[in-house]
Design a protein around this ligand. Structure first.
Ligand code: ADP
Length: 409
């Protein structure tokens, strides 16, 4: 009825009451003291003899805890939060039903996929087959989805199996990687083709000269040797440009740190071109003053950029027309521009001019010693220097190529 502590309190109260009554009944002091001591001792004995009260939280006597229902990863609110922060599409599925799609998946496949069958959400023959055999461990290997969701694109799909038939599907876009791989192999194929053409000419003429066994007259020999010389120089220029483009590409994430003067670089390049034996050298017009244009840059690369755009104007402009080089300050930027009076470039070619080996007129480019790499090199150098390349052209009138760079300070 009483717990242990309450029993002690009751016993001590009774002892106290008995002691008071004894005192009121004029008992002698010794009797009162003995009565109080005996009562207290008896109460202490009773207290110690009673079974100890169980602590409130004693687990042995507590009811067994209710079983905790298993936590579903897909239904956890933090899961959706995390999933939306993932850049690549991700689907949560309960059996074959899509129960969750992160923002990237909604953007790729549409909002309607939530609640739909996953085989409808990812409409691809390979995916349908793969998803049908989803319980087999072998299906955990990533799957290639070619031409998904649009022709020419490639994605991979990966699965993580959870308990209770739930799973997470991860989609990953491989299109850009594929495009880069294709560009690299196209580049190697194009470079090999470009090198093979002059090489075949050189070998052909050397062989002919050998077959003639010294019987070729001097005019023929001279003609063949000059073709060999021209083709060898073309190969040499191609190798120089190939090395340049690979060096510029390797440097593309390294910001230039040297302080240079763009005006001095442009003047040095012009002087070099004017000194050359090219008949167009005398057509170069310098249309800027001596004001310095300080910027952070790679002197050799900026010289090459200036050379390529001025030399193109010399190559593709009409003979005896000016090749005008301008350099202007435009607020905190400097604009280097080269104008020519040539046949110009039709608008549909303009976006492709900076592709490697792209030429508007291949025969024309070859006849003027072009490699098809000049503007690709210009574009890379410009990007490394945070520059902006613009090409404006009017068919029949001429072309203006300009690059704008941020000035230092
Ligand atoms: P290329 O070595 O053939 O000159 P570029 O990469 O320098 O290669 O230029 C690519 C193509 O762009 C050229 O083949 C040419 O058709 C065209 N092009 C470049 N600059 C000019 C220009 N100033 N006027 C007309 N066409 C140009």
């Amino acid at each position: 009825m009483f717990d242990r502590l309450s029993s002690l309190v009751v016993a001590l109260t009774l002892v106290a009451v008995a002691t008071i009554f004894a005192a009121l009944a004029d008992g002698d002091a010794l009797t009162i003291v003995l009565l109080a001591a005996a009562g207290t001792a008896a109460a202490a004995l009773v207290y110690s003899a009673l079974p100890g009260a169980a602590p409130a939280d004693h687990r042995a006597d507590a009811a067994p805890p209710a079983p905790v229902p298993p936590v579903s990863l897909l239904r956890h609110p933090d899961f959706a939060l995390w999933a939306d922060q993932e850049k690549e599409p991700l689907l949560g599925c309960d059996g074959n039903i899509v129960t969750l799609a992160n923002d990237a998946a909604v953007r790729l496949l549409g909002r309607h996929i939530v609640g739909a069958d996953v085989r409808t959400a990812i409409r691809h023959p390979a995916a349908t087959e793969w998803l049908a055999g989803i319980d087999a461990p072998a299906t955990l290997e990533p799957l290639n989805l070619v031409d998904f969701p649009r022709p020419g694109q490639r994605w991979t799909m990966r699965i993580a199996a959870l308990s209770g038939g739930q799973k997470i599907l991860f989609l990953s876009d491989r299109s850009a990687i594929d495009a880069a791989d294709r560009m690299r192999s196209d580049f190697v194929a194009n470079a090999s083709h470009e090198l093979r053409t002059p090489l075949a000419a050189i070998l052909g003429y050397v062989e002919t000269l050998q077959d003639m066994n010294g019987e070729a007259d001097s005019a023929t020999r001279h003609r063949f040797l000059s073709i060999i010389d021209r083709e060898a120089r073309r190969m040499q220029q191609l190798v120089i440009d190939l090395l340049s483009i690979s060096r510029v590409e390797a440097d593309r994430f390294r910001r230039p740190t040297a302080s240079v003067d763009l005006a001095a670089i442009a003047r040095a390049t012009i002087a070099q071109l004017k000194d050359s034996e090219n008949p167009r050298a005398r057509d170069i017009v310098v249309a800027f003053d001596d004001s310095p244009m300080p910027m952070l840059g790679d002197e050799a690369q900026l010289g090459q950029l200036a050379h390529n755009i001025i030399f193109n104007a010399m190559k593709y402009g009409r003979p005896d027309t000016p090749v005008t080089v301008e350099l202007h300050r435009d607020g905190r930027r400097a604009r280097l521009a080269v104008r020519d009076e040539g046949e110009g470039i039709a608008p549909d070619h303009l976006p492709r001019l900076t592709e490697r080996f792209y030429r508007v007129d291949e025969a024309r480019s070859r006849s003027v010693g072009g490699t098809g790499l000049g503007l690709a090199i210009v574009k890379h150098i410009s990007e490394r220097h945070q520059g902006q390349l613009d090409i404006e052209s009017e068919v029949g009138k001429g072309t203006r190529v300009s690059v704008t760079f941020p000035l230092a300070g």
